[in-house]
Ligand binder design. Structure first.
Ligand code: NAD
Length: 395
């Protein structure tokens, strides 16, 4: 079939297998250009491995460090007349490239929140990995979670205590619009903590501990975002930020528990990038468009792969110990949060409107990145060609 983008608000409901494969190859090339990663982890579990930060971590670990990886994701397969989700195509492409390079990798598609998936990963690891995990990466972004008791929890992106009025990007109309979001109810706050907080990470680590699958010195890392003050009401101080605080406290407790095996658990605060998750957050796509302009002008621009390549090379392990801030977090948002970057971003933010959208931000760059998430607008891909959407999930 001929696969074209079909955008519905902040998601694209189609994806292109060739475009996604080209993206994966480009990410691999970025990592390989920097040569092998010294002291890289050798057996890595990535929970949320098919898109965004999780996929980039997997690529950096596998193609930079030669790690064997198990990736968990929840993606939609294709059919003869229906494209799969982008993460499905990304994973299929990752496996094709890994196989060519002689790198071992396995993927499981299903609900990471379920006990079944934890058991499946443990069985797979015992059968195939030839050793214990030395790195566990938690990179889930999900709107819902069914817990072990069968309760369905929903996460939301809302402020807490008072409403949030801000500027937002209407990507259908290419306009800067006002957005008003009422504060979350207690139930919504709890739901977001249940989905995006640390409870499930703790269950994962406990399951892996019980199965004796955590190596001496294992590192457990989950991803966080802090961002500038203009996004704090909706992010850092909102429902998602509350969940991230829970994740932080959980990581602290896990770290204490892992001390006897020399292990540690912590958050890496990553920079704002265009992903399926971030495009759903009010105000954030507009902030990202401005940030991209500033960071590109300053020669500091990074996407997921540059971030995760740098994380694995210089911050997580590299040639020394992880580099932490005063709260024990890795700061991959170090360049984003630089005073000069934030001052310039804020200048543009103060003067952003529909008329200045193209001059005061890199909205064009944002649009390109957004389409790329789904394998569209990628150089060298013939979008008029008849394409088989039903690519098997290999590995
Ligand atoms: P993403 O939407 O690109 O990736 C989410 C991943 O989670 C996918 O692999 C998806 O398949 C998987 N997933 C979702 N629900 C699942 C389920 N039930 N079972 C198994 N897999 C499931 O998101 P992202 O932006 O890469 O976010 C990953 C993490 O990074 C999140 O914790 C997010 O808060 C954090 N982060 C994101 C940004 C950003 O700007 N995008 C910045 C800093 C931190």
């Amino acid at each position: 079939m001929i696969i074209q983008p079909r955008i519905r608000g902040f998601v694209c409901v189609t994806a292109h297998p060739e475009g996604c494969a080209a993206n994966v190859r480009e990410q691999i090339a970025t990592v390989k250009a920097d040569g092998p990663i010294a002291n890289a982890p050798k057996r890595v579990l990535i929970i949320g491995a098919s898109t965004g930060y999780g996929l980039a971590t997997r690529i950096a670990a596998a193609f930079g460090g030669g790690a064997r990886t198990i990736g968990v994701a929840f993606e939609r397969p294709g059919a003869a007349d229906k494209p799969a989700s982008a993460g499905w195509y990304n994973t299929a492409a990752f496996h094709r490239e890994a196989r060519k390079a002689g790198i071992d990798a396995w993927s499981l598609n299903g609900d990471a929140f379920s006990e079944q998936m934890k058991n499946d990963v443990i069985a797979l690891a015992k059968e195939k990995m030839g050793g214990k995990f030395d790195l566990v990466v938690y990179s889930l972004a999900s709107p819902r979670r069914t817990d072990a008791a069968g309760t369905l929890w929903k996460s939301c992106l809302k402020p807490i205590g008072k409403s949030f009025d801000a500027l937002h990007l209407d990507t259908d109309k290419h306009e800067v619009v006002d957005v008003h979001i009422d504060p979350a109810s207690d139930e919504e706050i709890l739901g977001t903590v249940k989905v995006m907080g640390g409870e499930d990470l703790d269950l994962w680590v406990k399951a892996l501990e019980d199965a004796d699958l955590l190596a001496q010195g294992v590192q457990v890392v989950a991803y966080d975002y802090i961002g500038p003050e203009c996004t704090h009401p909706i992010y850092h101080d909102g429902t998602i930020g509350t969940a991230k605080k829970h994740l932080y406290n959980t990581a602290k407790a896990i770290g204490e528990r892992l001390k006897p095996i020399g292990g540690s658990a912590f958050l890496s605060v990553n920079k704002a990038v265009v992903t399926q998750a971030s495009s759903a957050i009010p105000a954030v796509p507009l902030y990202i468009s401005i940030l991209f302009k500033v960071m590109k002008e300053m020669g500091l621009h990074e996407g997921c792969i540059e971030q995760m390549n740098r994380l694995l090379r210089t911050k997580l392990r590299g040639d020394g110990l992880p580099e932490f801030d005063a709260q024990g977090r890795i700061r991959m948002d170090d360049w984003e949060m630089r005073e000069d970057v934030q001052a310039r971003t804020n200048e543009f933010w103060q003067n952003i409107n529909t008329q200045t959208l193209r001059s005061n931000s890199d909205y064009s760059g944002y649009e390109v990145e957004f389409l790329k998430l789904f394998g569209f607008g990628v150089k060298g891909v013939d979008y008029s060609a008849d394409t088989n959407p039903d690519i098997p999930y290999e590995g």
